[in-house]
Design a protein around this ligand. Structure first.
Ligand code: UGA
Length: 438
């Protein structure tokens, strides 16, 4: 089938590449000329395992094409996916101006029946607005349908998530459009849930909020574990073995970050407030997330007494492993908090340093070429992102290069007994009362 994706960011590019991979003919549109030019040359603007391969392969087979022209895109695809950013506004609600603009641009190019699919994460009822907008700006009599088809991919495993999804959600009220959408997804082996548009839109916000709630639940437990001497790792293992609860997304740590959860939870809260049905549970989820980082910084200060002029190594800058994305990264917030108190920070991240250099805070710290280089002469080491590379570092060698043997493991990456055996004072998240200062 001929498909068009408008917006070639994380979701748009990966979705387009995966659709091409299963045999569709895909046109990706983006108004950023430099980005389209580099994609045409086979250069991928993001680090996402497996993506570069399938982009190159499908560009070579001409199943994946790129353009800056919406008109070319609208002419190409019988189904047009909108995958543009939906950034937050200061009050937490979503800025839908990119979606509205694309809806207008599509409308003026429409000549014959098209399905316009919203893939961006949007508040419930956006589909209705998109349909109204297209009707207003399109030539009289032109037929179209609007569908909501939220995306559930995670950065770092986006290709796999798209190729092997848990479910596909298609929201719409036209049998004609729903039938075509089922054909689009025929090559994927996954259950398809068909709903009305509003329900599909709500599913996305509700899913992300529930996952964030699980994380905050584990983090709230970690606080109780710290004061009672229990180990949160064992507690979540124990509750996660109950199939009704499940073990995933119960990892206690520095809290959730990234370009999705913080924004989507804030948007869902704003939406529920505006609707007159405040979702107070999610307000607590947010509060726990903020408190988790503050508590961690407090514990570093408590151990080092004063942070000013202390040399602190930070491992990890990306918001999670296997991505170079540092947007709303808790690791970056942690660096900012340490720098604010006068600490001298040296950081290392396997993939995130290039994007980190674009942030203002980067001028205030030093970047190292290896984890050991970052830790050399440090008075404390903070693990902020659980990159697998960090758990492979020889702890005895690490001990030798550091000035003082203190580890603050913000992601519970290391085995406390191994760190202690190597001579470290170790502090994780919710791992009982491990003594820190001599
Ligand atoms: C998230 C959802 O998982 C996807 O299903 C969704 O499609 C995506 O948002 C989106 O809305 O586009 P993503 O933000 O890529 O995906 O990353 P996650 O793996 O969900 O991690 C989010 C944050 O939660 C990270 O900072 C991670 O470190 C943190 N996290 C995750 C925890 O602190 N503990 C956990 O147990 C799991």
């Amino acid at each position: 089938m001929k498909l068009t994706i408008i917006g070639s960011g994380y979701v748009g590019l990966t979705t387009g590449a995966c659709f091409a991979e299963v045999g569709h003919h895909v046109m990706c549109v983006d108004n950023n000329e430099a980005k389209i030019q580099s994609l045409l040359e086979g250069k991928i603007p993001i680090y996402e395992p497996g993506l570069e391969n399938i982009v190159r392969k499908n560009v070579a087979s001409k199943r994946l094409q790129f353009t800056t022209s919406t008109e070319v895109g609208v002419n190409h695809g019988e189904v047009i996916f909108i995958a543009v950013p939906t950034p937050p506004q200061p009050d937490g609600s979503v800025d839908l101006s990119f979606i509205e603009k694309v809806a207008r641009e599509i409308a003026v190019c429409l000549d014959s029946y098209r399905i316009v699919v919203d893939k961006s994460t949007v508040p419930v009822k956006t589909g209705e607005r998109v349909a109204q907008t297209i009707r207003r700006y399109a030539k009289p009599g032109v037929e179209f349908d609007v569908i909501s088809n939220p995306e559930f991919l995670r950065e770092g495993s986006a290709v796999d998530d798209l190729m092997n999804p848990d479910r596909i959600v298609i929201g719409g009220n036209s049998d004609r459009a729903l039938g075509i959408m089922q054909k689009v997804y025929e090559p994927f082996v996954a259950p398809v849930l068909v709903t009305d548009i509003n329900s599909a839109e709500l599913i996305k916000h509700a899913a992300n909020s529930f996952l964030a709630l699980k994380i905050s639940y584990a983090n709230a437990l970690s606080e109780i574990c710290e004061v009672t001497g229990a180990d949160v790792e064992k507690v979540v293992e124990g509750i996660g073995m109950d199939k009704r609860i499940g073990r995933s997304f119960l990892n206690a740590g520095l809290g959730y970050g990234g370009s999705c959860f913080p924004k989507d939870i804030a948007a869902f809260i704003a939406l529920s407030d505006q609707a007159g049905t405040p979702f107070n549970l999610l307000k607590e989820v947010e509060k726990i997330n903020v408190r988790q980082l503050n508590r961690f910084v407090d514990s570093i200060r408590e151990a080092l007494w004063v942070l000013r002029d202390k040399k602190i190594a930070v491992w990890g800058l990306s918001f999670k492993p296997n991505t170079d994305d540092v947007r709303c990264s808790v690791a970056v917030s942690l660096v900012e908090a340490l720098v604010k108190e006068g600490a001298q920070v040296t950081a290392y991240d396997p993939k995130g340093m290039e994007k980190f250099l674009e942030l203002p805070i980067s001028s205030k710290i030093t970047l190292a070429a290896t984890p050991l280089e970052a830790a050399t002469d440090a008075e404390a080491l903070v693990i902020a992102t659980e990159w697998p590379e960090f758990s492979g570092v020889d702890l005895r060698e690490l001990h030798q290069v550091m000035r003082a043997p203190l580890i603050f493991d913000g992601r519970n990456l290391l085995e406390p007994s191994e760190a202690i055996d190597a001579g470290f004072q170790y502090r994780g998240i919710g791992r009982g009362t491990v003594p820190v200062a001599p």
